[in-house]
Ligand binder design. Structure first.
Ligand code: HEM
Length: 427
């Protein structure tokens, strides 16, 4: 059994405030604060008072180990910002794909430690900078980069069919979705999460840039205000104003049982990996905002303020789906939580790691925003089982539209420098 990734207060090769004497003394303190932040206690008071500058330095210097049994960005406590991008591979030879994966793996290791991917100032006026430079001096900011392979990567182009996990395919069409082909699929995906949006953006930009003759971006979502919670993290709110992530997969027993792929996958490169489902879900926010509080609460099965199940009073009270109030179920059977709770789905659980997103206004001036739903599970069937129920019965469907979708096989973590994702494919 694997413990959740322990964060470290990484010493970045870049300094947060270069030359700042103030931070030299903050280093020791930063370790303590970073530990507190990373263990999910971001909102709780650190044991010792620290200044704002020290707090910022700790946050900036927070880094997670890149090498390990699992990729980062799965059981890592959700950071504040997301850049999710799906790519199609335009290269046609296996060697070029191998090159992309090797280059990306090395660059991911560098950027998650806070290092640039090449010289920002190459030393010669005529030289093109290696790194684009916008994250210089910002620190790793808890950056994790999670790589996934779409089912289409295993088609005839690269000879990877023997490595395709059994039954790995695009998600089946499901009720209640209006998917836009421009926001669907992808041969590869990168989920970049960090506590600073510019650091996450920089990472995806530089990965895309270094492979620009071999991959092209297909769709991307910028997320903010993590709409999910890991162990010991306070529960944030989604754009409908409800706490999101209360009953998430948070402990190692559940991770092993529901998230990490085991030997049963039949593909050694996936053992310790997971499957990522990405759904861009548009919210009809103006309509939602006109609904009554009673109806909103009944739709989710939880109170809006505390986030308590309607059968209880506190956020973490276990929902009682048999409780009644005046003869009627306290939690409506067609409420969101009743439909997807593991108690009502043969024990099925998924690790949700979504983010709020906004794309400004749509063509007719309405708020274009919603939830970038991301979930990790040991088999995409877990997601499909829950989504089938939601798609056909969820009262939330009146207020949401699934517009984007992808499913990706997320390989296990890399053991050490020199290894790269997909190496087994090219042996
Ligand atoms: C815009 C779309 C969605 C919104 C706004 C939303 C919001 C919420 C909220 C507020 C909760 C209750 C708090 C919590 O336990 O986290 C919740 C729970 C949950 N949601 Fe969603 N959700 C959405 C889509 C989905 C989808 C697509 C799935 C999976 C197919 C899903 C699966 C779950 C699960 C498994 C729970 C925990 C239920 C429990 O065990 O009590 N949600 N969601």
């Amino acid at each position: 059994m694997t413990e959740p990734t322990e964060p470290t207060a990484g010493v970045s090769r870049r300094k947060f405030f270069s030359g700042s004497a103030a931070l030299a003394g903050a280093g020791g303190m930063a370790l303590g604060v970073a530990g507190a932040l990373a263990s999910g206690a971001a909102a709780s008071a650190p044991t010792e008072p620290v200044s704002d500058v020290e707090r910022m330095a700790a946050r900036a210097n927070l880094s997670y180990p890149f090498y390990g049994e699992h990729q980062g960005g799965i059981d890592t406590p959700p950071q504040d910002h997301l850049v999710f991008t799906a790519f199609d591979v335009t290269a046609t030879s296996p060697t070029e794909l191998q090159l992309v994966l090797a280059k990306w793996s090395a660059a991911m290791a560098e950027m998650t430690s806070g290092a640039p991917v090449g010289k920002v100032e190459p030393g010669r006026e005529q030289a093109i900078p290696g790194d684009t430079g916008e994250a210089t001096d910002m620190g790793p900011q808890g950056l994790t980069l999670t790589l996934g392979f779409g089912p289409s990567l295993f088609d005839e182009r690269f000879g990877l069919a023997p490595f395709k996990p059994a039954d790995f395919a695009q998600l089946p069409a499901m009720a209640g979705e209006s998917l836009d082909p421009a926001l669907t699929g992808g041969d590869l995906c990168i989920q970049a999460c960090a506590n600073d949006p510019q650091v996450a953006y920089h990472a995806v930009r530089n990965l895309a840039r270094m492979a620009r003759t071999m991959v092209k971006t297909k769709w991307t979502v910028l997320g903010f205000g993590r709409a999910s919670a890991g162990a010991n993290q306070t529960t944030p709110r989604n754009l409908m104003g409800f706490k999101d992530g209360t009953r998430n997969v948070k402990d190692v027993v559940d991770l092993d049982a529901h998230v990490w792929v085991g030997e049963e996958a039949g593909q050694p490169w996936m053992v310790g990996g997971s499957y990522l489902v990405a759904r861009k879900i548009h919210m009809l926010i103006e309509t939602w905002d006109e609904d009554t509080i009673g109806d909103q609460q009944s739709i989710f099965g939880r109170t809006k303020g505390e986030g308590a199940p309607l059968s209880g009073t506190r956020e973490h009270d276990v929902p009682d789906f048999h409780a009644t109030v005046a003869g009627a179920p306290a939690i409506a059977p067609d409420s969101h939580i009743a439909l997807v709770a593991h108690e009502n789905n043969g024990g099925t659980k998924i690790l949700r790691r979504g983010y709020n997103f906004t794309d400004g206004l749509d063509a007719v001036g309405r708020l274009d925003a919603g939830l970038m739903f991301l979930s990790f599970q040991k088999n995409p069937i877990q997601f499909a089982t829950l989504q089938r129920k939601l798609g056909s019965s969820d009262r939330l469907n009146e207020y949401i539209r699934h517009v984007g979708s992808g499913v990706f096989a997320v390989p296990a973590g890399l053991p050490a420098a020199g290894s790269y994702y997909g190496k087994e494919f090219f042996a």
